[in-house]
Design a protein around this ligand. Structure first.
Ligand code: PYC
Length: 309
């Protein structure tokens, strides 16, 4: 299986160029559902140890369903499919540029949750105009064991997020273990109490948000696999902007600089959407780190990845 690895502001992406499953025809949503239903072992084998680091997001390139798009792409991590993925979209754009498949300017990428636009500024710098993002519930309070009451908004930015400013400790890299543990507990309580996105969707990401120097905010983002986002999380910050806009705290075109837990940044702005939400644009940088051929030897006991205990 031929892959190209990159990182976007610290968060890894693995673009699968060949050797992936044939998902047949149909819409991106239908093909993503087939990937999740029939090819779980394939996904886990690509992004789990021993072949992938825990934060790895896979990006399976498929033929687009409509003319005018450069590619279709289905994102997944060790826990399953992602609807959209901001850092992996930037990583995919930089990978396509590295391969000579796109040059500077505008390009369309199809995802299972809609078409996103890539504006390639240079070989390491791209903007992604995301799907319409919106807040579903404001100020949901849950009682979290060991933390007490935690209040946050539930919002969509291409994935489902619970966003809170109630912090278990400072958003500093030395607290990553504690932040991971706290956000796992918040997510579990939301699930136990039946909080979901639309159509019962799992709220699989949790964003902790705090003021900081040199940016509008710093975040810590728990991802579905239980790892944390090294980048400032494109879909998560899209969801944050949707909440700020809904509260009248962010205007169309106003820049927002988002810092990640490791200190990397995205710059975003938004336009108003057609359905009451916002259309965010996320600008960030990515670098190719490897071009590789993955091997899946018969008899390898970890051919489908190590399943955490
Ligand atoms: O950048 O949207 C993002 C993202 C989601 C999960 C990891 N990164």
């Amino acid at each position: 299986m031929r892959v190209i690895d990159s990182h976007t502001e610290g968060e890894p992406t693995r673009v699968i160029l060949s050797g992936g499953p044939d998902l047949g025809g149909g819409s991106m949503g239908e093909r993503a559902a087939r990937l999740a239903r029939d090819h779980g072992d394939f996904c886990r084998s690509v992004v789990r140890e021993p072949r992938g680091p825990e934060a790895m997001v896979g990006a399976l390139l498929v033929p687009p369903s409509r003319p005018g798009s450069v590619a279709g792409v289905i994102y997944f991590n060790a826990a399953g499919n992602l609807g959209m993925c901001g850092h992996a979209a930037i990583g995919t754009a930089i990978t396509l540029a590295h391969m000579g498949r796109i040059g500077p300017g505008l390009h369309r990428l199809e995802t299972p949750v809609g078409v996103v636009t890539v504006d390639l500024h240079s070989g390491h710098d791209a903007s992604i105009t995301n799907v319409e993002s919106y807040r579903l519930h404001k100020a949901v309070t849950v009682e979290v064991p060991g933390l007490g009451p935690v209040t946050g908004d539930i919002a969509w930015g291409g994935n489902w997020f619970f966003i809170t400013r109630d912090l278990p400790c400072a958003l500093e890299p030395e607290n990553i273990r504690h932040l991971t543990d706290a956000t796992l507990r918040i997510r579990q309580v939301l699930q136990d109490q039946g909080w979901t996105g639309v159509q019962g969707a799992w709220i699989d990401h949790v964003v902790l948000l705090a003021p900081c120097d040199g940016a509008d905010a710093r975040n810590f983002v728990l991802c579905p696999s239980g790892s944390y986002d090294r980048s400032p999380c494109g879909t998560g910050t899209s969801a944050v902007l949707a909440c700020l806009a809904a509260d009248g705290q962010l205007k169309a075109g106003q820049p927002w600089v988002q810092k990640s837990i490791i200190g990397s940044t995205y710059t975003l702005h938004c336009e108003m959407g057609e359905n009451g939400g916002i259309i965010p644009t996320i600008r960030g940088r990515a670098w190719v780190t490897a071009e590789a051929v993955l091997h899946f030897a018969p008899g390898d006991p970890y051919v489908a990845g190590i399943v955490p205990a």
